[in-house]
Design a protein around this ligand. Structure first.
Ligand SMILES: O=P(O)(O)OC[C@H]1O[C@H](OP(=O)(O)OP(=O)(O)O)[C@H](O)[C@@H]1O
Ligand SMILES: Nc1ncnc2[nH]cnc12
Length: 178
């Protein structure tokens, strides 16, 4: 990590709380709500994510639900559109769907493919990269819909869960590593 990014990383880390055994025994849940509640920290994190985008971005994609919280303001900061990738059954029109596994369960993600113009440069934003199941399923959906995923940006990575290995060759940006 660059020296200039260190103060932001320290601030963000101080505002993430560990919650043991949530949502199930053995999982240490990284709770970002204290960070979200701190206006200066939230602004700094969003601006940092936007500033590290790899080149021009047409669309920012956020995954339900925490990916919406960070993704939408990053999209606004970049002047890009925002695409919600939602859990099954929430989007009202024709969807593309993909199943995936995560640290504490499995689910299905969906997107409205007609909101992604062919060849759009897409940045994926989420709070946590854990097993990488959510991110890998999202990349697959976006590429099927015609987008070009040029990067993924996460507030934090749980390195011991190996999510990076499910995103080989993808440009990843992470502020905090655990
Ligand atoms: O790398 P993975 O193992 O896939 O885990 C990461 C995902 O898990 C969390 O979302 P969650 O599905 O818990 O939903 P939420 O944002 O609605 O809480 C987090 O916000 C990521 O999207
Ligand atoms: N340990 C964890 N804490 C918060 N979000 C997560 N998503 C997947 N694993 C997580």
């Amino acid at each position: 990590m660059s020296d200039e990014r260190r103060p932001l990383a320290d601030l963000a880390a101080s505002l993430v709380q560990d919650v043991p055994d949530f949502p199930e025994p053995g999982v240490v849940f990284k709770d970002i709500t204290p960070l979200l509640a701190d206006g200066a920290a939230l602004k700094a994190v969003v601006e940092d994510m936007a500033s590290r985008a790899p080149g021009p971005i047409d669309l920012v994609v956020g995954m339900e639900a925490r990916g919406f919280i960070l993704g939408a303001p990053v999209a606004v900061a970049l002047g890009a559109g925002f695409i919600p990738v939602r859990k099954a059954g929430k989007l009202p029109r024709e969807t593309l769907a993909g199943a995936y596994e995560l640290e504490y369960g499995s689910a299905v993600l969906e997107v409205h493919p007609d909101t992604i113009r062919d060849g759009s440069r897409v940045l994926v934003v989420d709070d946590v990269l854990a097993t990488g199941g959510t991110a890998a399923a999202t990349v697959a959906l976006l590429e099927k819909a015609g987008g070009v995923v040029v990067g993924l940006s996460f507030l934090m990575e749980l390195t011991f869960l190996g999510g990076r290995d499910r995103l080989p060759g993808r440009p990843l940006d992470v502020l905090l590593s655990y």
